[in-house]
Ligand binder design. Structure first.
Ligand SMILES: C[S@@+](CC[C@H](N)C(=O)[O-])C[C@H]1O[C@@H](n2cnc3c(N)ncnc32)[C@H](O)[C@@H]1O
Length: 840
């Protein structure tokens, strides 16, 4: 995968900006991943950390409240780990939280700058209202009944502090950034060193998340060292008016970040942890990122040392004290900060930002998300607004800023009316599991946007290759061939229209978003799309772009297969009833596996017996049949004298046969690649499922123990303070936490029957772990199983295990679909005999 890709897809595009979000995460799956997220629920150590982090978050909340942010949020542990919750009921579209720009970290993000292209205006204008800026802010209807008192205060305080984010929309990003940085430094009394200023002021020097990472890395050191004016949050008084400034503020923020051992984004994996990933594409991506980060680190440390040397020379010449020594940052620090940046940042057009507290919102698919990010612009008061361009220029030069004055704050707004206690979840982005793993440190079970990388990974993978700083985290230039799951299944003839699913009563009534397209902000506009158009929406960029041979080749392949399948489906297919039924079942299963399947989706599809999906597929086929006809016509018209005659339109059967032969070869090649990929992995799906069963059982047992302790009157922190039982050697006996889990699942006995997974449908990686019985277990001996479980008993170990489990399921499903394809294509091309018409 292109390591730059996460930079374009990171979390939470602010509403109004263009977003390519279209993903969903099944509720109740990733939270069970335990260590996959940073819930910290998997052990008493996790609970202790969670409790400590909750206290930090409370401290941050208090700081924010006095520092200019306003919120009606609480921080608590929920089903997805630590998250944000609604403190008091709030109406739809009202702000839940507001943070002045100066209390965020903002860097330019030219990669995501619509002003540099011809895209339309993406910010909503602040509605005109009478009065000064503060009155206007309050008069925008933002403080609705039920909203927390004081919303709008943020902008007022920002104004009082003279904190206007002066910039002209569409003006040079770097001017705006200089002005913002200047305000930021004055506000916090923290002065960025020259080396950091250098990275900050040159938008082309580094991608935005890397710059955010450097800023954060420097800030962490500042607050650890207590520099920059201010003691500990407690010592300086959280209730003081200065609470939103300087070291106390940023110390509280840094303390609220997840501790490194609970971070599961790919960039923080050690060599040993990366080995657990098994999947070559994941490992390659990890290696490339680490190599890029190492190069950046070398650069940064050299620049910081040069600064320090310059400072020392200056100080010596002036006979003063020697300045502070050059900081020497470690790869661990940088990769941690980089992971924080990519997993917690938000997008504004042309900018990327980190926002305290807002970055504690967990992810849900768009149709389930309860809030959305919003940038609230506050226009200057009429009295402030320059009367003419000349006056604007004069005002700008007087203020030292350029451009038109705007000020803003970051907000979360409610998607729908929310009750106290509702979790505030936003939709981060769409993405295949490799992207989600890289960006956020979790994978989605049955992710409909998942796809297999079928490239052999031979190009652009030399981690030691020379690259200058500009290329850090830059594109490797490798165009990968990917099998896009929805496109593949749609091509096989199955599709369900978004409206069909959304109209089901099981779907959330208030949501206009479909279960099929879980993330597009434009969803309501897309409601009228045909199934074929929906399919094209889901084509990944590498297929849809058609920029090079391989992607257009793949696109063609999909179109070809679709055409053939369409012909096959509408033609009389020679097949006996039993084979036809088998085929139909396979295809239904493929469809089910590929559609977003929440419990409701699955129930709805079962209830309908796929009738609606099938009818939508019919619609798709009709469209494709027209394309086949067009193809035939165009091939016929390209026929030239002297060249072996291509099949004639009248002999469409021949053409079909020739196309099918080519198609069979392509499908076989793909199937071989899928099988190679499966062979190259270190363990089987069944092995991994058994290991996961032990781990999740252990997690369940730990939760249960904690619940008992809490019910018995002990406090959360007392329960959390109890040391976890020491792991026992993996000797197969049922001792220790994992041993007990093992025994409860497998009765303590070994297995070794090499049977297939109990999870025949490839789903349910967590909650059904306890249903795995010895009969359904794996070829691993008891000792091996325990050893493997112990090896994975950490946040990153569990994440690696879940990630490769999903990958293996995807491989299995791909093999299934390819087999089905093969059968359909072969049948389509076979000479017709007495027809037993099969309609799918
Ligand atoms: C922006 S933070 C959200 C707050 C985070 N839970 C915390 O306590 O700091 C993003 C991280 O939260 C976790 N996370 C968020 N949504 C999740 C989900 N639906 N499933 C699993 N983990 C999730 C992942 O670890 C992700 O990297």
């Amino acid at each position: 995968m292109d390591p730059l890709a996460p930079l374009h897809r990171s979390k939470g595009s602010v509403r109004g900006s263009r977003t390519d979000a279209r993903t969903s995460v099944l509720p109740g799956t990733n939270n069970d991943a335990g260590g996959s997220g940073n819930s910290g629920n998997s052990s008493s150590r996790g609970a202790a950390l969670a409790a400590a982090r909750r206290l930090e978050a409370e401290a941050l909340l208090r700081l924010l409240t006095v520092g200019g942010a306003s919120s009606s949020l609480l921080v608590a542990e929920g089903p997805l780990g630590r998250g944000l919750f609604v403190a008091s009921p709030i109406a739809a579209e009202q702000p839940l939280f507001s943070m002045p720009d100066v209390n965020t970290l903002i860097v330019p993000d030219p990669e995501n700058d619509p002003y540099s292209s011809d895209e339309e205006e993406v910010f909503e204008e602040a509605p005109a209202a009478a009065g000064g800026p503060a009155a206007r802010d309050q008069g925008q209807g933002t403080a609705a009944p039920g909203a927390a008192p004081g919303l709008g205060q943020a902008a007022m305080q920002a104004e009082a502090a003279g904190l206007n984010w002066r910039e002209e929309r569409g003006s040079d990003l770097e001017d705006g950034q200089r002005s913002y940085l200047d305000r930021w430094q004055r506000h916090h009394g923290l002065w960025l060193p020259a080396w950091l200023q250098g990275y900050m002021s040159d938008s082309d020097a580094l991608p935005a998340p890397a710059r955010l990472a450097l800023w954060l890395m420097w800030l962490r050191r500042q607050v650890q060292e207590g520099g920059g004016g201010g003691g500990s949050a407690a010592a300086t008084g959280l209730d003081g008016a200065e609470g939103g400034r300087g070291v106390p503020f940023w110390r509280a923020y840094v303390r609220c970040l997840p501790p490194p051992e609970l971070v599961t984004c790919l960039a923080v994996f050690s060599e040993a942890e990366a080995a657990l990933l098994q999947v070559p594409a994941y490992k390659r991506q990890w290696r490339r990122t680490r190599a890029n980060l190492s190069r950046l680190l070398k650069d940064v440390n050299a620049a910081a040392a040069a600064d320090a040397a310059g400072g020392a020379a200056g100080a010596a010449a002036a006979g003063g004290h020697s300045p502070s020594p050059s900081p020497c940052y470690s790869l661990e620090e940088l990769s941690y900060c980089y992971s924080m940046a990519i997993s917690r940042c938000f997008h504004l057009p042309g900018r990327m930002l980190l926002v305290a507290l807002a970055d504690m919102a967990n992810h849900q698919p768009l149709w389930q998300a309860s809030a959305y990010p919003w940038w609230h612009w506050v226009e200057p008061a009429a009295s402030e607004a320059p009367a003419s361009p000349a006056a604007a220029a004069a005002a700008a030069s007087a203020s030292g800023d350029e451009g038109f004055s705007t000020r803003g704050c970051f907000q979360f707004r409610a998607v729908r009316p929310l009750a106290a206690g509702d979790e505030v979840c936003i939709c981060y982005s769409e993405g295949a599991n490799d992207e989600q793993l890289f960006d956020y440190g979790f994978v989605r079970q049955g992710n409909p946007y998942d796809r297999l990388d079928l490239s052999d990974g031979a190009e652009g993978l030399d981690p030691d290759a020379d690259a200058d700083t500009d290329a850090v985290l830059g594109p490797a230039g490798q165009q990968q061939q990917q099998l896009c799951w929805p496109a593949l299944v749609a091509a096989a003839g199955f599709w369900a229209r978004a409206e069909d699913l959304a109209s089901d009563s099981a779907a959330p009534a208030s949501s206009s978003h479909s279960t099929l397209d879980a993330g597009s902000m434009d969803r309501p506009d897309a409601a009228g799309l045909s199934a074929a158009e929906e399919q094209s929406l889901l084509l990944p960029r590498s297929v849809g772009g058609g920029e090079n041979g391989s992607s257009s080749g793949l696109r063609e392949m999909i179109a070809n297969v679709a055409a053939i399948v369409s012909t096959a489906a509408t033609a009389a297919v020679d097949a006996d009833a039993e084979a036809a039924e088998r085929l139909r079942q396979q295809r239904r299963r493929s469809a089910l596996l590929s559609l977003p399947h929440t419990a409701q989706d699955a129930a709805a599809l079962r209830r309908w017996g796929l009738a609606r999906a099938a009818s939508a597929a019919e619609e798709l086929r009709r469209g494709l049949a027209a394309r086949v006809a067009a193809q035939l016509a165009s091939q016929q018209s390209r026929q030239r004298p002297g060249v072996a005659a291509p099949p004639r339109a009248s002999a469409s059967g021949d053409l079909l046969e020739a196309a099918a032969a080519a198609e069979l070869a392509a499908v076989d090649a793909l199937a071989a690649r899928v099988s190679d990929l499966a062979d190259g992995l270190g363990s089987s799906l069944a092995d991994d499922e058994a290991v996961w069963a032990v781990l999740s059982e252990a997690t369940g047992a730990a939760r249960q123990a904690r619940a008992v302790a809490v019910a018995g009157g002990s406090t959360m922190s007392a329960a959390a303070a109890a040391p976890p039982p020491a792991p026992t050697p993996a000797d197969g006996s049922a001792r220790g936490r994992l041993g007990a889990a093992f025994q409860s699942l497998f009765g303590g006995g070994g297995n070794g029957n090499g049977g297939s997974s109990s999870n025949g449908n490839g789903n349910g990686n967590s909650s059904n772990g306890a249903q795995i019985t010895p009969a359904a277990a794996t070829a691993l001996s008891a000792a091996e199983l325990l050893a493997a479980a112990e090896q994975h008993d950490s946040a990153r170990g569990r994440t690696a295990l879940l990630a490769r489990l999903e990958y293996k399921r995807l491989l299995g499903e791909a093999a299934d679909v390819l087999r089905t394809y093969r059968q359909v294509v072969a049948e389509a091309a076979a000479p017709r005999r007495s027809p037993a018409t099969v309609r799918f």
